[in-house]
Each structure stands twice: as structure tokens, then as C-alpha cells.
Design a binder for this molecule. Structure first.
Ligand SMILES: Nc1ncnc2c1ncn2[C@@H]1O[C@H](COP(=O)(O)OP(=O)(O)OP(=O)(O)O)[C@@H](O)[C@H]1O
Ligand SMILES: Cc1cn([C@H]2C[C@H](O)[C@@H](COP(=O)(O)O)O2)c(=O)[nH]c1=O
Length: 305
């Protein structure tokens, strides 16, 4: 039996984390097991990768010093000898003291590595247990930021991510959309490496998200994130109620559809069985999500995009 896989997407500060928490509380309150998680950083490996991606790597001066960040001695030694080699061969090398910290392709690979670990360690096991997985960012962030923002090709980034995940896509993606200049103003921390990529980068990223949503209306729901927290939540809640009532997920979710209808309807006792009877029986289609290492697994979530 499969669980239900939901992702939240959007540019920085649109309110994803806020709505992930609302959805978790709502579904937990109805007796479902909900696993909330995020990218990058949903696993111990991911936490280390997140630090690299958001804080960047220490710049090396020509004499090999690491700018005071105290990197591990082995890494420093390697970089130092590179710096020395560069100094001897100045015509063929960039000045590493002033080079960009992470190249776009390297960045895409690190996000994909984070996602591969995340799917293997957290998402697939939870879906196999029939849980609801709610992730704060997933593959569409790579398509929007690394393809839209950094201007790698969408095909490259998609192939990389689909390989990393064994083609696992969410059942539903909520795209919280608003002008990044306004959403960034909501942030109460200093900008990280991605957030400080510039207005034009953020504009391209937002547009890429909107293009992705337009191309896959069955998976995406676009929500106006400039509305209040409550208004945004009401839109999501209405959709998730419908999603569950329509029969996504396993029998526990179908049972929950009755509970949700009961909570929302003044005459719940009569309404719940009627709703349950509308939900298709998915006993023969529901199975494990596809696993790159499990050739017998269902392909219900393996959708080519
Ligand atoms: N609809 C809203 N209206 C006004 N403020 C909001 C709204 N939603 C969230 N906020 C506030 O905006 C800030 C950012 O919200 P949140 O952390 O949920 O965004 P996010 O999209 O997860 O950000 P990030 O991309 O940096 O992880 C928080 O202070 C939050 O309370
Ligand atoms: C998954 C993913 C994320 N990003 C970017 C988007 C954000 O700027 C940061 C993550 O920070 P948050 O506070 O957790 O939102 O990383 C990306 O560029 N590509 C990705 O695949």
C-alpha cells in the first residue's frame, strides 16, 4: 500500500514551512501518520550538504589559506597543493582565490545527491509504511533554481533528479507563488548563498516554477502566497480534502476521508459513509513506490514529465 506524497514549492519566504506545519497538524489531528521533511537537509548527509550549499565553501587564497573558516586539514592540504600548482601554471588556471564557490553543475549534483539520500532514507520507507510525506521542496526546486535560475538545461536537471530518485514524483505539489522581492522581505535572517543570487535570478526562478505548474496541472496547485496565512491554508485544506476523498493513498487515508468529511459537515454520520462509497477501491493498484533497487515495485508514481 502506498502513502501520499505532497511537496511544497516556491521562492524563498513565500510561506512553505508555515503551510507544511499547518498541513501536518491538520492531518495528524485526523489520526494520520505524517512525516514532514525538507530539502536540502532531510537526512544527516543532507544536513552536511545543506551547509555546503547555503553557506558556500571557504575561498582559498593563493597561499592556500581558507579564509578563516577552519576547514578540515586534509581538504586544506589538497587545495593548497592545487593553489601551488596553479601558481606554477598561471596561464591555464583560474585564480581560485576569486573563483565562484560552487559551479552550477556541481551545485545541481549536490542538490541531486541530497535528494537521492532523502528518497532512499526517508521518503520511500515512509510511503511504504502508508504514511503521508510532506516535503518542504523537492525536484521542482532543482528545475526552477538550477535550470530556471542558474540556466542549466531543464532536460539535464530533470534527468539527474529523476535518476537520483528512481523517478519518484509527488502526488500533489502546492506552488506558493508571489513576487520574490516581496517574499524575501518576509525573511528575518540574513540572506544565504541561494537567497543572495540577485533579483533577476529570483525572477527567472519564479517564472520557471509557474511554467512547471502550467505544464503539469494534474499535479500542481498554484496558490497566491501574497494572501494571509489563513487564506493560503484554506485553499490548501480544501484541495487536500478533495485529494484524499478522491482516493489517493492507502486505506487509512480513505478512512480519514470519512473523518475529514465528518469534521467539516454538520451531519457527519450520514455524510461519511456516502463519501467513502465514492472513493475508488485502489486495492489492486496501490503498492510500494518504485525503488531503483526493487524491480517488482509498483510504477504508480513513475511518471515521465
Ligand atoms: N501568508 C503569509 N503572510 C505573511 N507572512 C507570512 C505568510 N506566510 C508566512 N509568513 C511569514 O513569512 C516568514 C517566512 O515564512 P516561511 O518560513 O514559512 O517561508 P518559507 O517559504 O518556508 O521560507 P524559506 O524558503 O526561506 O524556507 C515567516 O516569518 C512567516 O511567519
Ligand atoms: C531543494 C533545492 C533547494 N534550492 C534552494 C532554494 C533555497 O534558496 C535553498 C533552500 O533553503 P530553504 O530555506 O530550505 O528554502 O536552496 C535549490 O536551489 N535547488 C534545490 O533543488
Amino acid at each position: 500500500m502506498t502513502g501520499l506524497f505532497i511537496s511544497f514549492e516556491g521562492v524563498d519566504g513565500v510561506g512553505k514551512t508555515t503551510q507544511v506545519e499547518r498541513l501536518r497538524d491538520y492531518l495528524c489531528g485526523r489520526g494520520l501518520t505524517v512525516r514532514t521533511t525538507r530539502e536540502p537537509g532531510g537526512t544527516p548527509l543532507g544536513v552536511a550538504l545543506r551547509r555546503l550549499l547555503l553557506e558556500g565553501v571557504a575561498k582559498q587564497s593563493e597561499d592556500g589559506e581558507d579564509g578563516g573558516r577552519g576547514e578540515q586539514s586534509e581538504a586544506r592540504g589538497n587545495a593548497q597543493s592545487n593553489a601551488q600548482r596553479n601558481a606554477q601554471c598561471a596561464t591555464q588556471s583560474a585564480d581560485i582565490a576569486h573563483s565562484a564557490d560552487i559551479a552550477p553543475r556541481a551545485e545541481a549534483l549536490i542538490f541531486a545527491a541530497d535528494r537521492a539520500q532523502h528518497v532512499a532514507e526517508v521518503i520511500r520507507p515512509a510511503l511504504r509504511r502508508g504514511e503521508v510525506v510532506v516535503t518542504d521542496r523537492y525536484i521542482d526546486s532543482s528545475l526552477a533554481y538550477q535550470a530556471g535560475g542558474r540556466e542549466l538545461t531543464a532536460d539535464e536537471v530533470r534527468s539527474l533528479s529523476m535518476w537520483a530518485t528512481g523517478d519518484l514524483l509527488p502526488d500533489r505539489t502546492y506552488l506558493l507563488d508571489m513576487d520574490p522581492r516581496r517574499s524575501h522581505a518576509r525573511l528575518d535572517h540574513s540572506e544565504d548563498r541561494m537567497e543572495s543570487a540577485g533579483d533577476e535570478f529570483q525572477r527567472r526562478t519564479r517564472q520557471a516554477f509557474l511554467d512547471l505548474a502550467a505544464a503539469d496541472p494534474a499535479r500542481f496547485v498554484v496558490v497566491d502566497a501574497a494572501e494571509s496565512v489563513d487564506e493560503v491554508w484554506q485553499t490548501i485544506r480544501a484541495d487536500v480534502d478533495q485529494l484524499i476523498a478522491d482516493g489517493y493513498g492507502d486505506s487509512r487515508l480513505r478512512a480519514a476521508a470519512g473523518a475529514i468529511a465528518a469534521a467539516a459537515t454538520p451531519a457527519p454520520v450520514a455524510a461519511a459513509p456516502a463519501l467513502a462509497s465514492l472513493i475508488p477501491n485502489s486495492a489492486d493498484s496501490a503498492d510500494d513506490a518504485a525503488d531503483p533497487d526493487d524491480t517488482d515495485a509498483s510504477e504508480s508514481r513513475e511518471r515521465e514529465r
